[in-house]
Design a protein around this ligand. Structure first.
Ligand SMILES: NC(=O)c1ccc[n+]([C@@H]2O[C@H](COP(=O)([O-])OP(=O)(O)OC[C@H]3O[C@@H](n4cnc5c(N)ncnc54)[C@H](OP(=O)(O)O)[C@@H]3O)[C@@H](O)[C@H]2O)c1
Length: 276
C-alpha cells in the first residue's frame, strides 16, 4: 500500500497518514510500529512525553525499512522548553530512537505561562540548520501564539499538530494555518471522546460507501489535505485505517459531516492546558 504525501513548506514531503503511538509503552509501540511498517505506513508520531521512543526505534529497526523512506516525528515536552534544554532534549530523543535525525520536531504545547516557546523554537531552527531535524513545527498553537512566534523568529513553522475531527473542525484556525503555508496535522482524528464514530451521519455515509465509520472520518481529514495519525495497536485496524485512498466523499457527504462541528470552544484551551 502506498500512502500519498503532502509537500511541507520546508520542501520535504510528509505522508498524509501515519501511526499515532500514544499511549503505547515501549513494548506495545515496537510491535505496533513494526506491523504498521509492514502494511506500508512510513510516518510515525511519537513524543518525549509518551516515553515510548525506545520502543518506536526498536519497531523501526525491526521493520528493516530504509531510513530515507521513513518520516519520524517527535516532540519537545514542556519540562524541556528553553534554548539549551531543547537542544539537549533533541539529542536525548535521537539516542532513544536510535536515529541520526528526525523528520519533524514539534513543540508539544505552547505553555505560555512559562514564556519559553520562542527561545525553544530558536533552538529548533539551529538544530534544523545542523541537520539533526528536517522540518520544525508546533503543536496545539493558536493564532496568537503563532503570530508572536513568526514575528520574533521570522520563521514560519512547517506544521501545526492540533486536535481535529468532524466534531472539532476548527475551520478558522485551519484557514489561518493554510493562509500561511502551515500544514495542518490532526490528533485524536477519530473523535472518540466526542463519539464521532457512532454519529448516525457518519454511520449512514459509511454504509452508503461500503466503508467503516473510521474510514469515513479519516477520509474526511485527508480529502482536505490534513495529515492524520490514527493510533491503533491492532494490525487489522491499522490496515483498515490506511485503506482510505481509493474512495472519495461527495460534496453532500462533506456538508453533512460539517454539521457535527461543536465549535472552537470545545477544543482544549492552549493558553490554559499544561503538561510537562
Ligand atoms: N500533540 C498532541 O498534543 C497530541 C495529543 C494526543 C494525541 N496525539 C497523537 O495523535 C495520535 C492519535 O490520537 P489519539 O490516539 O488520541 O486518537 P485516535 O487515533 O483518534 O483514536 C485512537 C483510539 O481509537 C481506536 N481505533 C483506532 N482505529 C480505529 C477504528 N478504525 N475504529 C474504531 N476504533 C479505532 C484505538 O484502539 P486500538 O489501538 O485498539 O485500535 C484507540 O483506542 C496519538 O496516538 C498521538 O500520537 C498528539
Amino acid at each position: 500500500m502506498t500512502i500519498p504525501t503532502t509537500l511541507l513548506s520546508s520542501g520535504h514531503p510528509m505522508p498524509l497518514l501515519g501511526l499515532g503511538t500514544w499511549p503505547l509503552d515501549d513494548h506495545a509501540s515496537a510491535r505496533a510500529v513494526e506491523s504498521a511498517m509492514g502494511l506500508g505506513y512510513r510516518l510515525v508520531d511519537t513524543a518525549s512525553r509518551y516515553e515510548n521512543e525506545v520502543g518506536v526505534g526498536q519497531g523501526l529497526a525491526a521493520s528493516g525499512v530504509d531510513r530515507a523512506e521513513l518520516f519520524i516525528t517527535t516532540k519537545l515536552r514542556g519540562a524541556d522548553q528553553g534554548y539549551d534544554a531543547t537542544r539537549d532534549a533533541l539529542h536525548a530523543s535521537l539516542d532513544r530512537l536510535g536515529l541520526d535525525y528526525v523528520d519533524l520536531y514539534l513543540i508539544h504545547w505552547p505553555l505560555p505561562r512559562l514564556d519559553r516557546y520562542v527561545e525553544s523554537y530558536r533552538a529548533m531552527i539551529d538544530l534544523a540548520a545542523e541537520g539533526l531535524v528536517r522540518s520544525i513545527g508546533v503543536s496545539n498553537f493558536r493564532e496568537h501564539h503563532l503570530d508572536r512566534l513568526i514575528a520574533e523568529t521570522s520563521h514560519v513553522p512547517a506544521v501545526n499538530q492540533i486536535q481535529l475531527s468532524p466534531a472539532l473542525a476548527r475551520t478558522d484556525l485551519r484557514r489561518y494555518l493554510t493562509d500561511r503555508g502551515i500544514t495542518v496535522e490532526g490528533w485524536s482524528p477519530l473523535g472518540q471522546e466526542e463519539g464521532v464514530l457512532t454519529e448516525p451521519v457518519i454511520q449512514e455515509i459509511a454504509a452508503a460507501h461500503g466503508r467503516s465509520p473510521g474510514q469515513v472520518v479519516l477520509r474526511w481529514h485527508v480529502q482536505q489535505g490534513i495529515v492524520t495519525i490514527p493510533k491503533s495497536a491492532s494490525p487489522e485496524r491499522q490496515r483498515s485505517n490506511a485503506e482510505i485512498f481509493d474512495f472519495a466523499l461527495t460534496e453532500d457527504d462533506m456538508a453533512r459531516i460539517a454539521g457535527l462541528d461543536r465549535g472552537e470552544d470545545a477544543a482544549r484551551d492552549s493558553d490554559e492546558h499544561e503538561e510537562f
